[in-house]
Design a binder for this molecule. Structure first.
Ligand code: G4P
Length: 198
């Protein structure tokens, strides 16, 4: 998605060989116009999949997920990482280990909102090692619903998550795929040829 790549080139800050900071439009301050375009792009890429629900994880997955839900006209659910005062009964839970942050979260979703007839589109902001996606997949499978696809805003293709999910047969669509963050530069994977491009 050219608009997103341009934004990453203009505003992304390479913090290390593995971490890209994008808090001017995705992880802290949010660019609503860009999120709307992201929602349109996901809705096109997953059109005709019969999606009935979108599932994401708090907090940065919520903005792109809501915009996609708006386009597809379906509800959006976010998995909680912290216990809620009101969300206490009939929870579907899974454990997500973050290698980046070296912490483990128990994530939860009320089983009321995902049922076996649902075709679920999973959306998240970043795909690194894939642990968040695996936790969300686990929750959808516990609900006996179907995973229609996985939509990622920024995939770090040099980490293993994307390959792992595709090898498992999931339909993964990433709007920007980063091949490398070495030497302080963002190199994208070309969508058509997988050739490395600036
Ligand atoms: P994984 O789910 O793919 O295994 O990712 P990992 O554990 O490595 O990442 C944990 C958190 O860090 C996630 O956010 C993820 O989106 C984010 N993250 C991973 N790599 C990058 C990166 O290069 N840049 C930025 N900006 N974020 C990255 P989170 O803890 O759930 O945060 P939030 O959704 O509340 O913002």
């Amino acid at each position: 998605m050219e608009l997103l790549k341009k934004k990453i080139e203009q505003e992304g800050i390479v913090l290390s060989n593995t971490v890209l900071k994008v808090d001017s439009f995705l992880n802290h301050q949010i660019d609503p116009e860009l999120m709307l375009e992201i929602g349109k792009e996901f809705s096109q890429r997953f059109a005709n999949k019969g999606i009935t629900k979108i599932l994401t994880i708090e907090s940065s997955g919520i903005a792109p997920a809501v915009m996609t839900g708006l386009q597809l006209n379906v509800p959006v659910i976010f998995a909680r990482k912290r216990k809620s005062m009101t969300l206490i009964n009939d929870l579907l839970t899974s454990t997500v280990r973050s290698f980046t942050k070296n912490e483990t979260n128990e994530i939860s979703v009320s089983q009321k909102y995902i049922t076996e007839n649902d075709q679920v589109l999973i959306i998240d902001d970043f795909l690194a090692n894939g642990q968040a996606a695996i936790g969300l997949i686990d929750i959808v499978q516990q609900a006996k619903a179907t995973i229609a696809g996985i939509g990622i805003v920024i995939e770090k293709a040099f980490q293993e998550g994307g390959q792992h999910l595709r090898d498992k047969g999931f339909h993964v669509e990433s709007l920007a795929r980063i091949a490398s963050l070495e030497e302080g530069k963002v190199l994208f994977v070309s969508e058509k040829t997988s050739e490395v491009m600036k």
